[in-house]
Design a protein around this ligand. Structure first.
Ligand code: GLY
Ligand code: MN
Ligand code: MN
Length: 469
């Protein structure tokens, strides 16, 4: 992304500050996190800081005045430290490199901030950020107040910057969309690779098994070999019954013939996440029971995709998926109509939650669960289902617009329980794709890996065919 992109974003944020009454915004990047001794966890910048600067070094701050002046604080050049940790940009080069008006050594933070806060009417910062700024801000405000006798005015309000940043980040520009497409495409390739890997293992060792960590290694290999920096979140590789544990992480369980493998994994590329789930049979062939449930989840996803378009509400996709899943639960006997009633009853009482207990999607962007309000704040509250079997009065769900990105991820998870048909026990299925809302509907960015049961079987059968020479 060009420097202009970041300059333009800062200008738009300054404009929002002006419209909201003015003040100074203070945004710091993420801190480094020690792991132990002198080893740190891999460094990851703060998403909003990077969105506004494109700068990925630790130890940096951005000050943005409503009138438009932008100031960067960053680490000084240091030949000794740069031998160990790598090159630093340094404040001398920052204005040209990043388009900020001025830059200083971060060591002056505690003297510069009280100066910059003097005579501002508000200080804006992201409330509740993991690096809690409030104590530091209060300290600086104390220094400003100490100068009030000299005629200096101190800001009368602390204001949350999160909603302004979230509104900007919710709509992805063309550059962001291009990066997200590439991230999703790399991740789709990784899922296809994992399917092929399992198919080939069981072709050569029909009674063998594959460890979850071996599959995870295939994913990581594919992410990195295409330039993705890291997984966007902890990869889920769940063999058999582990798929019914929603936040299961790849561990060392064996995936055996006859079982399904659920993979929920996506790479982060240049600061943008992808988030894909596929569920496939270890050997490449679904059993009849697995296939029945798989087809229901896929139909639910199709319904949710059709509901993901401009003008629809973000929650419509969930309602569409829930209706298909609920009907499927009745058709298969997962839910007993004599006990739970019609599909409308299943939805009204949320009886489907025994087998589908999460939402159907979330905003996707720099963070896998990206920022953005899920409710339409300007609209009058209405009486609507609360998703738990009751009703509540609250604002309607957000209306979708081109440039928003969401996941679409229905599933069914069947734990052994009395009254639940045994043929479905321990089957966990989720299908998740990344959708960009377009003027016409939505673009599925992650369809570089098959999704229908027959396409998955075909891909895995192809991987098992001996190479023709
Ligand atoms: N991988 C996290 C999620 O699907 O929401
Ligand atoms: Mn997701
Ligand atoms: Mn996911």
């Amino acid at each position: 992304m060009s420097m202009n992109t970041f300059t333009e974003r800062r200008a738009r944020l300054a404009q929002s500050l002006r419209e909201a009454g003015g003040g100074l915004a203070v945004i710091r990047t993420a801190p480094e996190r020690p792991r132990n001794s002198d080893s740190d966890h891999p460094y990851r910048h703060d998403s909003s800081f990077h969105y506004l600067t494109g700068f990925d070094e630790p130890g940096a701050w951005l000050l943005l005045e409503a009138q438009g002046r932008s100031t960067l604080l960053c680490r000084e050049r240091n030949p000794e430290r740069e031998i160990w940790d790598g090159r630093r940009l340094g404040p001398e080069a920052a204005p040209i490199a990043l388009g900020v008006q001025e830059a200083f050594d971060v060591a002056v933070l505690d003297t510069l901030l009280p100066e910059r806060l003097a005579n501002q009417n508000a200080v804006w910062f992201p409330f509740g950020a993991e690096a809690n700024l409030q104590p530091q801000i209060e300290g600086w405000l104390g220094s400003v107040r100490a100068r009030e006798r000299m005629g200096v005015r101190s800001p009368a309000a602390m204001r949350d910057l999160n909603p302004l940043l979230a509104e900007m980040r919710l709509l992805k520009d063309a550059g962001e969309q291009a990066t997200m497409r590439r991230a999703a495409s790399i991740s789709a390739g990784a899922h296809a690779r994992a399917m092929r890997f399992c198919a080939q293992r069981f072709a050569t060792e029909p009674n063998g098994s594959v460890r979850e960590y071996e599959i995870e290694a295939e994913l990581l290999h594919e992410f990195r070999r295409h330039g993705a920096q890291a997984p966007a979140y902890t990869s889920i590789v769940a063999a058999g019954a582990n798929a019914c544990v929603l936040h299961y992480a790849a561990a060392d369980a064996e995936l055996k013939a006859g079982e399904l493998c659920l993979i929920d994994a996506g790479c982060e590329l240049d600061g943008y996440a992808s988030d894909i789930t596929r569920t496939f049979p270890a050997t490449g062939r679904f059993t009849p029971a697995q296939r029945e449930l798989y087809d229901i989840v896929q139909a639910a996803q199709e319904a949710a995709i059709a509901a993901t378009r401009p003008g629809a509400r973000q929650r419509d996709a969930h309602h569409a998926a829930v209706r298909v899943l609920s009907q499927g639960m009745l058709d298969t006997g997962l839910l007993d109509a004599k006990l739970v009633g019609t599909v409308d009853d299943v939805i009204a009482t949320a009886a489907y939650r025994s087998f589908y207990m999460h939402g159907t999607g979330h905003w996707l962007g720099r963070d896998v669960h990206d920022v953005g309000d899920y409710l339409s704040r300007g609209e009058a509250p209405v009486d609507q289902p609360d998703g738990q079997g009751g009703r509540r009065v609250f604002e309607p769900s957000r209306v979708l617009a081109p440039g928003m990105a969401v996941t679409i991820e229905p599933g069914i998870y069947v734990r052994p329980a009395p009254g639940v048909p045994e043929r479905y026990w321990n089957i966990g299925i989720r299908i998740e794709d990344d959708a960009l809302v377009t003027p016409q509907g939505c673009e599925l960015m992650s369809r570089g890996v098959p999704v229908s049961a027959s396409e998955i079987e075909a891909l895995m059968a192809e991987a098992q065919r001996p190479a023709v020479r």
